[in-house]
Design a protein around this ligand. Structure first.
Ligand SMILES: *Cc1c(COP(=O)(O)O)cnc(C)c1O
Length: 385
């Protein structure tokens, strides 16, 4: 088995657990995306919720990408880290007045509207400020993303987005208002999507909806197809970069843009997942009746994905070259779901060995908590250790 490259010597003096980010890999990933979208009318808004570490954000904004935010504070963080307001999209089902005002005051690119009452709130606040809010309607395309049910978001009955039956009312409201400008339609069908045919179905639905709007005499400048491109969690060393080529080729093939139209994407995971690893120290090896438990000093408070949606992460002992043995790798938190992997082959491990939980750059650090009065994990970067 090939292992990831880690500066284990430099880790010796650091307190664990921490996130370690491979900046070179992040840059290679960003280059790969840039290469695919160059010369096309494609705009990428990086989804901050995947990883909002300022160092990572500054790297991403330096490539000229925009941002996709799901809270007022994410908008402020994006602005702080170099994303221009003119490239910030704002999604989320529960935007509060305070958050809407942050968007309006900063003249962000677009509000992705998820319900009629939200549209009314944006209209009211924009009118109070004498502004025109640019909006895109988030529509549930009823496309199954074939991913975990907690991260499927594009089905009809869902807390996210508008259904087709809401559209006549939405249009009426927009037409009546002097403070809303409909600039496009928006979709987001789910996350960690590896079956690209889901995106093909999304394209078909987007074209249908666009035609439906045309019949009402409505055209728009943008189509936003959201994010969701998955990565290969099983082979972080062989396949560290998502298949951006096939992904974008599919949209080029199935979504023909009209003149003056641009296609927007909101990729999160596929930008940052692979470049991050959660590094832990082995606290104990505990012999069970039939199992060996490797207890590490990282827990579900540092990385909740396995506990939250049975997510798989490749795990390596980066301190040992000994024979392989089978372990259950668990954290110290008082919850039975605090398990990173069961029956995992690791080089024979000892107390103090470093364990790398791979592909944790997305939805890792951003979801950390202080449950059990734990500290939030720190972060280190390959180019500044
Ligand atoms: C989470 C989210 C994204 C990013 O999804 P990924 O699977 O990380 O690419 C994009 N758009 C919206 C609206 C989201 O909620």
């Amino acid at each position: 088995m090939i292992k990831g490259q880690f500066p284990v010597e430099k880790f010796q003096s650091l307190e664990t657990p921490f996130y370690y980010y491979d900046i070179n890999l992040l840059r290679e990933t960003l280059e790969a995306v840039k290469k695919e979208v160059e010369g096309k009318k494609y705009v990428i808004h990086y989804a901050l919720k995947a990883n909002s570490n300022p160092r990572i954000l500054k790297e991403i904004s330096s490539y000229g990408f925009g941002a996709d935010c799901v809270s007022g504070n994410e908008i402020l963080r994006a602005l702080d880290c170099g994303f221009p307001a003119s490239k910030i999209a704002f999604a989320g089902v529960g935007k509060t007045d305070r958050e809407i005002k942050i968007g309006l005051d900063n003249d962000i690119f677009c509000f992705n509207v998820e319900s009629l009452p939200e549209m009314e709130a944006i209209e009211r606040l924009a009118s109070q400020k004498g502004k025109i809010a640019p909006i895109a309607l988030r529509i549930n395309p009823n496309v199954d993303a074939h991913t975990h049910k907690y991260i499927t978001t594009g089905l009809e009955e869902n807390k996210f987005g508008l259904n087709k039956s809401d559209l006549p009312k939405a249009i009426e409201l927009i037409k009546k208002s002097n403070h809303l400008k409909l600039i496009g339609i928006h979709f987001h069908i789910g996350s960690q999507i590896t079956d690209l045919s889901s995106f093909e179905n999304l394209c078909v639905r987007a074209v249908e909806l666009q035609n439906w709007f045309s019949k009402q005499g409505i055209s728009f400048e943008i189509i936003n197809v959201g994010g969701g491109l998955g990565i290969n969690y099983h082979h972080p060393n062989h396949c560290p970069i998502a298949d951006f080529e096939s992904y974008f080729r599919l949209f080029t093939k199935y979504l023909k843009l009209k003149e003056n139209q641009s296609l927007h994407f909101e990729l999160g995971r596929s930008f940052v997942a692979s470049c991050g690893s959660l590094i832990a120290r082995t606290t104990y090896i505990k012999e069970g009746i039939t199992k060996k438990f490797l207890i590490v000093d990282a827990g579900m408070t540092d990385l909740i994905r396995p506990a939250l949606y049975q997510a798989f992460h490749h795990i390596e002992n980066i301190s040992s070259d000994k024979e392989y043995e089978t372990y259950d790798i668990v954290g110290p938190i008082c919850e039975s779901s605090d398990v990173f992997g069961e029956n995992i082959l690791l080089n024979q491990s000892r107390r103090g060995d470093f364990i790398a939980i791979r592909s944790t750059g997305a939805y890792g650090e951003t979801m950390a908590s202080t449950y059990n009065c734990r500290e939030l994990p720190k972060s280190y970067f390959s180019d500044s250790l």
